[in-house]
Design a protein around this ligand. Structure first.
Ligand code: FMN
Length: 370
């Protein structure tokens, strides 16, 4: 596993399901990561938790992420991931959710660097693939200890450190601090993977170069536009039409059919995910470099970079930008039922004809996950 020169799909609970990861591979993604699995549940052989460690054969470079506080749990979970083909195992030290930190996992480990170092050292000894760790800058703005944590992680044998450039308490309210990420990258010889607010190929390359990180990781950017990977690789924008984007959503519905099965139970499971993905897809707006390069420097926070100044949008474009959850549920149902891409388009147009118009098509990007 080479942690340098790569673009990682971030671990994304709910979003990083196997069909979505395949969609990213279709659009230039190469390095994927699973949804966070609780190590203690894997140890109990929980079926749903073990399923999170599963990868598709097309995922040739797949990292499983686990949340753990105890070395034995972490090793058992890591070995289960390796049995299922993981190329490496990542320990989550960034999750801010109360229920997780209360159990001694996720971001709270940043507050116990010595214990964290021992945990990672044990994992490195007990798991026969590289172990990486995903951290935040610290617990809060007044308590940023990522430099010290990263040093301890390197000394403990971590093969790579991913730094999400925000603190636990900031969640998504502040822009990612790429200067802080750059400082950590300069201090360490182990590869540092920079993460936070990468939505376009041009800012990805700018931050990558300026910060000196070994690799970069994209989360919400991939959820909004899974083709971001190809844009980054080719250093140019792709601005898909509404028809092309609907085709992408239809492809995802098909991949979910294959994964969850084409029956009522499979449909039920897919409907927990597909409408949710449409809630991210609807935030897509073209952000061409010539118009947005300067603007995105001034507004690096992902939520503030969207403009809705276009008029004259097609019926399908308006439908795909519509932020209403009930519409995402209805559209997901149509995509599931469609026989092929042309049928999906006809069904989407019929659906648009049945809907009351939305006031202003702007998606409320500020509320979702940050
Ligand atoms: C829906 C969602 C689920 C996430 N789940 C996880 C997770 O399971 N493990 C993790 O380490 N980070 C998780 N994150 C955080 C991302 O991996 C990433 O660090 C963060 O979104 C910043 O990157 P971005 O600005 O590119 O989105 C999640 C983020 C989102 C939006």
């Amino acid at each position: 596993m080479d942690f340098r020169g790569r673009v990682f799909l971030a671990p994304l609970t709910k979003g990083g399901n196997l069909p979505f990861r395949r969609l990213c591979l279709q659009h230039g993604g190469e390095v994927t990561m699973g949804e966070m699995a609780y190590a203690y549940q894997v140890k109990k052989r929980s079926k749903s938790e073990l399923a999170l460690l599963r990868k598709h054969p097309d995922e040739t470079c797949f990292g499983a992420q686990i949340a753990a506080s105890k070395p034995h749990d972490a090793i058992v979970a890591g070995l289960a991931a390796v049995e299922r083909g993981a190329s490496w195992v990542d320990l989550n030290c960034g999750c801010p959710i109360h229920d997780i930190v209360r159990r001694g996992m996720g971001a709270v480990l940043l507050q116990k660097p010595v214990q964290l170092g021992k945990l990672v050292a044990e994992m490195v000894k007990g798991i026969p693939v590289p172990v990486s760790v995903k951290i935040r800058l610290g617990w809060s703005e007044d308590d940023q200890n990522a430099s010290e944590v990263a040093r301890i992680l390197e000394e403990s044998g971590a093969a790579a450190i991913c730094v999400h450039g925000r603190t636990r308490e900031q969640r998504y309210s502040r822009k990612a601090d790429w200067d802080a990420i750059a400082r950590i990258a300069a201090e360490r010889s182990v590869p540092v993977i920079g993460n936070g607010d990468l939505l376009t190929w041009y800012e990805t390359h700018e931050r990558w170069q300026q910060s000196g990180v070994a690799s970069v990781m994209v989360g919400r950017g991939a959820l909004i536009k899974p083709w971001l990977f190809r844009e980054i690789a080719e250093k140019r924008s792709w601005e898909p039409t509404a028809e092309e984007r609907l085709g992408i959503a239809f492809w995802l519905a098909q991949a979910m059919k294959q994964h969850f099965r084409d029956d009522e139970k499979g449909r039920e499971r897919a409907m927990r995910f597909l409408p949710w993905h449409l809630g991210f897809f609807c935030r897509y707006r073209p952000l061409p470099a010539e118009r947005w390069q300067e603007a995105s420097r001034q507004h690096p926070l992902m939520q503030t970079r969207f403009a809705d100044d276009e008029t004259d949008l097609s019926v399908l474009e308006r439908l795909l930008r519509d932020p209403r959850e009930e519409l995402h549920a209805a559209l997901a149902g149509e995509l599931w039922a469609a026989a092929d891409a042309a049928d999906a388009q006809q069904r989407a147009l019929d659906l648009a004809g049945r809907l009351p118009p939305v006031a202003g098509a702007a998606a409320d990007v500020a509320t979702a996950h940050g």
